[in-house]
Design a protein around this ligand. Sequence first.
Ligand SMILES: [Zn+2]
Length: 256
Amino acid sequence: MSGHEQFADDLALYALDALAGEERVSLEQHLAGCTSCHSELQRLRGDMALLALSAGGPRPPQRARQRLLNAIAKEPRLSVRAAKPQAWWAVVPWVIAAAAMVMVVLLIRHDGELEKTVRALEQQVAQQDVEVQQARDVVATFTAPEAQQVTLVAAKTPPQPQGKTFYLQDKGRLIFLANNLPPLPPEKIYELWLIPKTGAPIAAGLFRPDAHGSATVVNPPLPTGVEAKTFAVTLEPGSGPHDAPRGSAVMAGTGE
Ligand SMILES: [Zn+2]
């Protein structure tokens, strides 16, 4: 049995129905026993069918076919055989391969650009995630129920001590309310005084402010009918005596 290669050109001609005589018989004998050449023939016929379909035109007239066959017949076939050039159809896979390569290159390039775009978008998204998280943290701190809120203010003079008296002269009844009193120094006590229009100040009660600086004196023992000119508070030694003001004045108020 002869090698396949020598039938390559004959296969193409056979597919074109342009092989005759001894060569046709020889090829048909080979085809009967060679599956690879047979399948190559099928491929060639398939290719030609595709070409005919893609051309879309009518079948070439009989004269054109004959002209082609004549031209083929004039070719120096022996020398062609000797040179064993590649049949035209042998090039087809390479053309397809080259086209495929071009497609692959184009796809790879396109893919690279897509990848760049995706990376840029990913960076943008990451940056936005960071900013959104920061905004969420701020809002969460404002709205958290467990957030400790403290108001800070600049240092200023503490509130001034204040006192108010409610005095019923006829009954000798007196209520005294005070606030914003500074804490007592050691061994000291506050003392309230009723200072009459005439005569010496009358002691009207000792008192200590509470933790908030508030204090009350309710109905200290007083004579009745004394017309008050002024009420005053002094800071006195804790151990006394407390019958007359000796310490420093804390506050004083004169009625109308
Ligand atoms: Zn073969």
